[in-house]
Design a protein around this ligand. Structure first.
Ligand code: DCT
Ligand code: MG
Length: 478
């Protein structure tokens, strides 16, 4: 339902002269043409909503034709609506968005291209949910970014990641090149890719990369836990083309992480579900609490942003008493080992030194104690069961888990830094540096002008110091 029914009474009776469009000066959204489906909505409600939409500056078409860009319906099932539309009088249905009435009603502006100048070049000034309306474009950009990463071309790689991130934030789907002209971070190359996809449904350049052997092999190698682009490239240059090539090569020394990566490959390359993340949360919670009853445990990373699936599960653990966190992680690790569920553990002790802040290079990775784990998760521990293949009857799976343990006075910075997304983090730091002359990382926020650290106990404090509107975790999927 529209939240602000502000239609003046006099205008409620429809005037024939304005049947299909509001007066010229009232049109706010030139590119959008709505059609309201009477089925289920009813005639009087349809005419009320039509008037309301027009009063808000939308063009509403009386008949369904190929000028329509958005179909609004009471029917929340897009698939059944499509079926109904296909059975209707328009034989060649135009490219349209099917909108549930509540979507339009909850936020009329959200259905339409927002004024372009309002899209910031910084991800931390955009709200990006997990709903990606431009997946067809962002998937292509991510392939291009990755391919440049494999060629060690950091600049273009970052440019494509930024372009993808801008498109992810849009509450509408890009349907023509014109609407992208005023968007930030879309260079000539990105525009060409968008144009290709709009014209042909896919990008030839991206198809070519996807069918390229080197890209395929590097993608395969980097999918192993502990194998980055550098190692993958080294193996490729040695002529290795498959996992069995790598494993059979006598001169290749796999480190412990890579050995576990191969050992548990099938499990840890499969996405972790929310229910599995929840089950792991219970296991870690139990372990942490057995050691320090008042410990603080927080789910972070992609699952905190509301993602349904992730490649791992990230947690922050600390204690309300400063310094007491120091031995927490090693005790948790010991306990998991005793329980027989620790399949792999790399522990990094804290190298955090307050007196050395701010470090010259405010790195992405922090100096807090942390561990990268692979845990054994039993089917019985997961509500609704494990995500396993049909033929898999083991009754357990291996899952990647990361734990980080900052001192409690650094909790807010760590939470903000580990919640992601990576692009959101990059842009927070870039924004701080470029727009505020401040240095932000997972440890602290430093004001270079005032030459002082800015304290924070919550994420909101940090956003406030930066003069940024608060962005909820589920809006940080940049
Ligand atoms: N992070 C970062 N820079 C990096 C790596 C990580 O800022 N180079 C932050 C952002 C996300 C968080 O740490 C956890 O990292 P991942 O688990 O890799 O990301 P994720 O968003 O949780 O993704 P996934 O759902 O796939 O685990
Ligand atoms: Mg994660």
């Amino acid at each position: 339902m529209f939240h602000t029914p502000i239609v003046p009474r006099a205008r409620k009776r429809s005037r024939p002269a304005e049947a299909s469009a509001p007066r010229r000066e009232r049109v706010k959204f030139e590119d959008v043409r709505l059609y309201l489906v009477e089925r289920k909505m009813g005639r009087s409600r349809r005419s009320f909503l039509t008037e309301l939409a027009r009063s808000k500056g939308f063009i509403v078409e009386d008949v369904l034709s190929d000028v329509v860009t958005h179909v609004v319906s009471e029917d929340s099932q897009a698939s059944s609506l499509w079926a109904w539309l296909k059975g209707g009088p328009v034989k060649n249905l135009p490219v349209m968005h099917v909108l549930d009435i509540d979507t339009l009603a909850a936020s009329p502006e959200a259905t339409t291209p927002t004024p372009m100048s309002t899209v910031s070049q910084y991800a931390c000034q955009r709200r990006t949910t997990t709903k990606n309306n431009n997946k067809i474009f962002t998937d292509a950009f991510e392939v291009l970014a990755e391919s440049h990463e494999f060629n060690d071309m950091e600049g273009p790689c970052l440019a494509f990641r930024r372009a993808a991130s801008v498109l992810k934030s849009l509450p509408w789907t890009v349907q023509n090149l014109r609407v992208t002209e005023d968007l930030p971070c879309l260079g000539e190359h990105s525009m060409c890719v968008i144009e290709e996809i709009l014209q042909h449904g896919h990008s030839f350049e991206v198809e070519k990369i996807l069918s390229d052997e080197r890209y395929q092999i590097l993608k395969l190698f980097t999918s192993v836990f502990g194998v980055g682009p550098k190692t993958a490239e080294k193996w490729y240059r040695r002529g290795l083309r498959s996992f069995s090539d790598v494993l059979a090569e006598p001169d290749i020394h796999l480190n412990r992480m890579q050995q576990s990566g191969f050992l548990h490959y099938g499990d840890i390359s499969r996405a972790v579900s929310k229910a599995e993340a929840q089950a792991l949360g219970n296991i870690i919670d139990e372990a942490v609490r057995a050691i320090t009853p008042d410990a603080i445990l927080t789910l972070t990373g992609g699952f905190r942003r509301g993602k349904d699936f992730g490649h791992d599960v990230d947690f922050i653990v600390t204690t309300p008493q400063l310094g007491k966190e120091e031995r927490l992680l090693t005790s948790v690790i010991d306990r998991l080992k005793q329980q027989g569920i620790l399949l792999y553990c790399e522990y990094q002790a804290s190298t955090f030194d307050e007196s050395k802040l701010p470090s010259h290079r405010f790195e992405a990775m922090d100096h807090f104690a942390k561990c990268f784990l692979i845990l054994r998760l039993e089917d019985s521990q997961v509500e609704g069961g494990l995500q396993t293949a049909e033929e898999d009857r083991r009754g357990w799976r291996a899952v990647r888990v990361d734990l980080v343990s900052p001192p409690v006075d650094r909790y807010a910075f760590t939470l903000l830094g580990w919640s992601g997304s990576r692009q959101f983090e990059r842009d927070l730091r870039r924004f701080a540096r470029m727009e505020r002359r401040m240095l932000l990382d997972n440890h602290a926020l430093y004001d270079k002008t005032k030459k002082e650290f800015l304290a924070a106990t919550t994420e909101k404090d940090i956003f406030a110091h930066l003069g940024l509107e608060y962005i909820e975790p589920w809006q940080r999927n940049a």
